[in-house]
Unconditional design. Structure first.
Length: 383
């Protein structure tokens, strides 16, 4: 099989390439350049540098070192425009609406498993492969994604929006091994990146402060932080667009009691609503509407008991899934789940099988729209 491996400069993709070569496949690697830090320098300020080398260029050099060590050809492919149009601008536009998007999911959907996949097909490759921790089982006409064996590293949540055709031609060699084993293999191969730190955060932000980065695109507009339970003004925020539901850190109201959590925000009035305590009722919802569903497994049900994640690293939640139409579902969880946030992704599982995922659009407590309920309580307190 001719396989094109996405080589990022990290240890996971390096071991992915090694394992496929060891299995006897015809392997070529490709480094994706998705963000032009220098071109955006005037807008973003100085990019984070490491010994005067842009992090992306440092990753390129690491990828080149790995490819040379493994005796594999390394291509370099540019998706800067696609990333800007499909990932970055979607990210910014969602934040402008007061929502909290997930750029890693957008990157997988539009770049790694669309632009990169199409590039691989044009170059005559049969398969693409990445260092994601997930499992895929291929049938003759259809493929199914499952959680990785290493539950601590499972990344199926981030892969829920890739299209089924791409999945049918994708390999995830790390799906049945854990991270310590990946590190051990890299050390055994004497790869220069064997002990390289895992990348964290969003690639176009890097190690920079997230809020400071957003200010370049979403100008700061200070406003009131309000205790939704008492209507008391507790302080001032830097701009409601910078905060997300469930957020605890960075509120700068520690002296006013607490702990305080963001429970709502009003983009029109620029007000941020908080409530005290991890178990406050404003953090919990009991159902939500999810739109933009991408189904990775065929479904012939209208109602199903299954599991859901409403954010990465969250434990599996038992829910009842109701199909409204091909694009929309309703999730019901009567015992309540904290910080289910519009704009983030809901991903659905059935005993490890990834059914699909979509964007959380509306959040409710019973029959009551949670955000409207917060606004109504705020208005009631003002009377």
């Amino acid at each position: 099989m001719k396989i094109l491996v996405g080589l990022s400069g990290g240890v996971d993709s390096a071991v992915c390439a090694y394992l496929l070569k060891k299995q006897g496949h015809d392997v070529t690697c490709a480094f994706m350049r998705n963000w032009d830090a220098l071109a955006n320098n005037d807008v973003l300020g100085n990019p984070t540098l490491d010994n005067d080398v842009c992090p992306q260029e440092s990753d390129w050099m690491d990828a080149k070192s790995v490819a040379d060590s493994l005796g594999l050809e390394l291509l370099r492919v540019d998706f800067v425009k696609e990333y800007w149009d499909d990932v970055f601008m979607t990210f910014i536009n969602e934040y402008k609406k007061g929502r909290t998007p997930n750029p890693d999911i957008l990157c997988n959907k539009y770049i790694k498993f669309q632009s990169f996949f199409e590039f691989a097909k044009k170059q005559g490759f049969d398969w693409v492969a990445t260092g994601h921790y997930a499992k895929v089982i291929h049938g003759e006409t259809e493929s199914f994604m499952y959680k990785a064996d290493d539950d601590n590293k499972d990344q199926s949540y981030f892969l829920c929006q890739i299209n089924k055709d791409a999945l049918h031609h994708t390999l995830f060699p790390l799906g049945d091994i854990d991270k310590p084993e990946v590190r051990r293999i890299a050390m055994e191969l004497n790869l220069t990146i064997a002990t390289k730190k895992d990348s964290t955060g969003i690639c176009f932000i890097g190690e920079r402060n997230f809020r400071q980065f957003l200010k370049n695109y979403l100008p700061a507009k200070s406003g009131k932080i309000i205790n939704i339970d008492t209507n008391e003004e507790l302080g001032n925020h830097e701009g409601v667009l910078y905060y997300t539901i469930g957020q605890r850190k960075g509120l700068n109201i520690g002296g006013a009691g607490g702990p305080w959590f963001v429970v709502g925000k009003n983009v029109d009035t620029n007000e941020l609503y908080v409530s005290s305590g991890e178990d406050n009722c404003w953090l919990k919802s009991t159902r939500c509407i999810v739109r933009g569903m991408n189904w990775l497994a065929e479904h012939d049900f209208t109602v199903m008991d299954c599991q859901a994640k409403f954010r990465y690293r969250q434990k599996d939640n038992q829910i009842q899934l109701h199909i409204i139409d091909q694009d929309t579902v309703e999730c019901i969880y009567p015992n309540g789940i904290k910080a289910v946030t519009p704009g983030q992704e809901a991903v659905f599982y059935k005993d490890g099988l990834v059914l699909g995922g979509g964007v959380i659009d509306e959040v409710y407590q019973g029959d009551d729209d949670l955000f409207k309920k917060i606004i109504r309580e705020r208005t009631s307190c003002q009377k």
